[in-house]
Design a protein around this ligand. Structure first.
Ligand SMILES: Nc1ncnc2c1ncn2[C@@H]1O[C@H](COP(=O)(O)OP(=O)(O)OP(=O)(O)O)[C@@H](O)[C@H]1O
Ligand SMILES: [Mg+2]
Length: 266
């Protein structure tokens, strides 16, 4: 296992990452470093490779080429204990993936007991702490179906936190939610950011990116087109592709006008 001094290096490091699905080259040479405690929002059009990049960071997808390091450990080292490394990485998806037949508490204790081999009492204590952090202590004995989408997503975040991750990866965590439920989930993510969690967040929530992210990365066509502070990338993008993407995102009416551009004469 390749170890580099943890404190000195970045918490997440991606070097020369390529990923193809068959003939489709989806990631075309990604280099990215995220320091400990940094919040990086990844934005970009559909199909640009954002989810694939995030999934390569915990090896849910195996890169075709390149290296991924988390906390100084190389995940792409063939000899690495990938299960041990994955325990250090929390992942939150658009879909919450809670077990419907288990209570909220049991959803939080099961992975702790199975994966971390925690005893019942300790797992329950950790679950209660994390439910409290996401503001859902009163739902401990509820079943997922009785919760709103936003509450279910906060449970999913508490479940990830209960594993004690060093970094958290979020893939469009609010995209499946009704607009009025988005704010509560973003508030929990903001709290985590304030607490110093290292976070990589794929999102279309530009207000969150502007206010919470230390850096914003714009991806298009499998490459990082722009990487900088929110002020640089969102407010004053230098690249035409970034400007085009943002104008459509921030002003959907403009996007409609563009999409209604008359067809070329035949
Ligand atoms: N498991 C897979 N097998 C084959 N092709 C895949 C797979 N996962 C992703 N792709 C392809 O990779 C490309 C990038 O997909 P990806 O999901 O990373 O994009 P994205 O930027 O997350 O898009 P979105 O904003 O729609 O979520 C797409 O062309 C997609 O069809
Ligand atoms: Mg995606």
């Amino acid at each position: 296992m390749t170890e580099t001094p943890h404190a000195a290096g970045p918490e997440i490091e991606v070097r020369g990452l390529y990923k193809s699905f068959g003939d489709n080259e989806v990631l075309k040479g990604i280099d990215l470093e995220i320091r400990r405690g940094e919040v990086v929002c990844v934005i970009g059009p559909s199909g640009s490779g954002k989810s694939t990049l995030l999934r390569c960071v915990n090896l849910l997808e195996e890169p075709t080429k390149g290296q991924v390091f988390v906390g100084g450990t190389e995940l792409t080292d063939p000899d690495v204990d990938i299960d041990a490394v994955r325990r250090r990485i929390g992942m939150v998806f658009q879909q919450f993936n809670l077990f419907p037949h288990l209570t909220v508490t049991d959803n939080l204790t099961l992975p702790q007991r199975r994966v971390l081999r925690r005893g019942k009492t300790e797992a329950a204590k950790v679950a209660a702490e994390n439910l409290s952090r996401v503001g859902l202590s009163e739902k401990a004995d509820a079943y997922p179906a009785s919760l709103s989408g936003g509450q279910q997503q906060r449970v999913a975040i508490a479940r990830a936190l209960s594993m004690g991750p060093e970094v958290m990866l979020f893939d469009e965590p609010t995209s499946a939610l009704d607009p009025e439920l988005v704010g509560d989930v973003l508030a929990v993510m903001r709290m985590l950011a304030d607490e110093g969690m290292t976070m990589m967040v794929v999102t279309h929530e530009m207000t969150f990116a502007r206010e919470v992210a230390d850096r914003v990365v714009f991806m298009d066509g499998g490459v990082i087109v722009e990487d900088g502070t929110p002020a640089q990338v969102i407010t004053a993008p230098t690249n035409a592709r970034t400007r085009h993407f943002l104008s459509r995102l921030l002003d959907p009416a403009m996007a409609e006008v563009e999409e209604e551009t008359p067809e070329q004469p035949r």
